[in-house]
Design a protein around this ligand. Structure first.
Ligand code: PMP
Length: 355
């Protein structure tokens, strides 16, 4: 048996099915989906793409997702050849690992961050070093200037919600010109500064976005990478070698419509941010410590209550939040911002357990 199968694949853990529970009406606050529906224009666009009898589905989609990339490029003030599209940002990141990260030096990412980074590194056999965040969960920029095979920084970070200012991101990019600096901005629209404006200046910067959070399209699986055309070309080469049709017709139409309705997007983000501040206040009233969040979730702990036990108690009420059984964050719960009714149900249930 090859080393790959025996040593690498066997050590991977399949995605925890419990995070997508089969419940009739769960209060689902564990995977940072949007509490807002997508723009009505998205629904119209899917219907129109489908037509009366689904005729369009006979035909392959545009393999280059040209119209979608042009729309998204215009939205960000860049050109279409600086945009790569994939099935969710998870797939975009997989392409990044294959095409852009070096194998002769370890890549660097924070020790508390999106759990897929170490998983992908193992899967693609890329060495990595996880760099400790400080006691307040902040990323220490000064720790990222050692020789490396690439940097992966989620901004805001997950599951902490901590955001770095744009000046710090620029320092990382300017100080690591020999490698690609990947800034994963899955949650950027909820209160952080985007680095897309820097891509014209830095050919080693790649910014990754998703439509799953602020554009309410987690179910459509559409994500992007923005960067210098040479980096985007490298991603396209990898893409073409294993699936030259990355996005289906309905996903292309839906994502394009989402970018065309900027007012809906802005209103959704404002709603999530306002709910986050209300939920944070409600949790503090119950004695929780709430880490300042620039994302669509909060990261909280209670000095007198075990986080794992609280998560289990909530689950009995079909309220699902995320507890990571990991060093340093074992005492924390990550709670996605839900609808007003979902946040109220959460606070009501917690009041019983911690009140
Ligand atoms: N990056 C980060 C930091 C995330 O938290 C997530 C969502 N879990 C993703 C990327 C992937 O999102 P998607 O594949 O839905 O675009």
């Amino acid at each position: 048996m090859s080393r790959y199968w025996s040593d690498i694949v066997q050590q991977l853990t399949p995605y925890v099915p419990g995070e997508q529970p089969v419940l009739a009406h769960p209060v689902k606050l564990n995977t940072n989906e949007s509490p807002c529906p997508p723009s009505p224009r998205v629904v119209e666009a899917i219907r129109s793409e489908l037509g009366d009898n689904g005729e369009s589905l006979r035909r392959y989609p545009d393999p280059t997702a040209r119209k979608l990339r042009e729309t998204v490029a215009a939205h960000h003030g860049i050109s279409a050849d600086q945009v790569f599209a994939g099935n969710g940002s998870d797939e975009v990141l997989a392409h990044v690992f294959l095409a852009l990260l070096k194998h002769d030096k370890p890549i660097l990412f924070p020790d508390i961050t999106y759990s897929f980074y170490p998983t992908y590194a193992r899967l693609y056999d890329v060495a990595y070093r996880a760099v400790p965040v400080d006691d307040a969960f902040a990323i220490r920029v000064d720790d990222y200037f050692a020789p490396n095979g690439g940097l992966l920084i989620a901004n805001p970070n997950a599951p902490t919600g901590h955001a770095l200012p744009l000046a710090d991101i620029e320092r990382l990019v300017a100080g690591n010109t020999e490698s690609v600096v990947v800034v994963d901005e899955a949650y950027v629209d909820f209160g952080a500064q985007s680095a897309v404006s820097l891509i014209a200046k830095y050919p080693n910067l790649l910014v990754v976005h998703t439509t799953s959070k602020s554009r309410s399209l987690a179910g459509m699986r559409v994500g992007f990478a923005f960067g210098n055309a040479t980096l985007i070309d490298a991603l396209n080469r990898v893409k073409d070698s294993f699936n030259s049709y990355p996005l289906d017709r309905l996903a292309q139409a839906a994502a394009q419509a989402a970018y065309e309705d900027d007012a809906w997007f802005r209103a959704s983000c404002a709603q999530v941010i306002a709910s986050r501040e209300r939920l944070s206040a409600g949790l503090r009233e119950l004695g929780f410590v709430v880490v300042p969040s620039a994302a669509n979730f909060v990261f909280v702990s209670h000095p007198a209550h075990d986080a794992g036990r609280l998560a289990a108690q909530l689950r009995e009420k079909e309220i699902i939040v995320r507890h990571f059984k990991l060093p340093r964050i074992d005492a924390y719960l990550r709670i996605s911002i839900g609808t007003d009714a979902e946040c109220a149900a959460l606070l009501e249930a917690l009041r019983v357990y911690v009140g």
